[in-house]
Design a protein around this ligand. Structure first.
Ligand SMILES: C[S@@+](CC[C@H](N)C(=O)[O-])C[C@H]1O[C@@H](n2cnc3c(N)ncnc32)[C@H](O)[C@@H]1O
Length: 195
């Protein structure tokens, strides 16, 4: 049968905590798989805000959401932003601060595009810190980390160090990884405890 995949685990953490009508963020749109997953969870009455620094990711996500648009099932407040996730706190409307149900990060590079355009700790860490502040109590920051590419291991180590240092009264952090595959992607889940 096999264990749940790393992405399956990240999606599972999110699915358990997100209801129709909720507000969620995809901090790294990429090919739009996570955005579509989030859009289906929050449904037409929900809010989805997505970030990517590459136009191609915005286009690929829009295409991936197209069937939902055609069926009138796209969250009514959907914004796909060509902006860095380090601008998260400014870009998320004030009325949603402290109310987000989930923020997803899927780090690394856009498959099929320039592999040198990668997420970087200098922007990833402030974005995650901001995400934690924007989540509602019980909301989840779900992240997939990729130690296998150049720069990926340093970023994953820094993110893990940051997550391990969070005060337990602020957040609870868990890691899911394949023990015999140290360079394989792994998932980090951080549940917000208070705003
Ligand atoms: C592994 S992909 C994301 C996969 C995606 N969630 C999916 O479902 O296909 C990583 C993405 O992060 C984007 N990225 C890199 N730096 C970023 C930043 N500072 N802000 C937002 N997105 C960034 C890349 O352009 C790339 O599209």
């Amino acid at each position: 049968m096999g264990l749940l995949s790393v992405i399956g685990m990240a999606h599972g953490w999110v699915r358990q905590r997100v209801q129709p009508g909720d507000a969620v963020v995809d901090a790294t749109l990429g090919t739009g798989v996570d955005a579509r997953f989030l859009a289906e969870l929050v449904g037409p009455r929900g809010s989805l805000i997505g970030f990517d620094i590459q136009q191609e990711a915005i286009l690929r996500t829009r295409q991936r959401l197209e069937p939902l648009t055609a069926e009138g099932k796209l969250p009514e407040r959907t914004s796909l932003l060509l902006r860095s996730h380090s601008e998260l706190a400014d870009a998320v409307p004030q009325e949603l601060h402290g109310r987000l149900a989930a923020v997803m990060f899927n780090l690394g590079y856009l498959p099929g595009a320039d592999p040198s355009v990668i997420t970087l700790p200098a922007t990833t860490l402030p974005a995650m810190q901001a995400a934690l502040q924007l989540l509602r109590p019980g909301g989840i920051l779900a992240c997939v980390l990729y130690p296998g590419h150049i720069g990926g291991e340093e970023e994953a180590d820094e993110v893990l160090r940051w997550a391990s240092s969070l005060p337990q009264e602020q957040a609870q952090a868990a890691v899911y990884r394949m023990a015999q595959k140290p360079s394989a992607p792994y998932a980090l889940g951080i549940e917000a405890r208070k705003g």
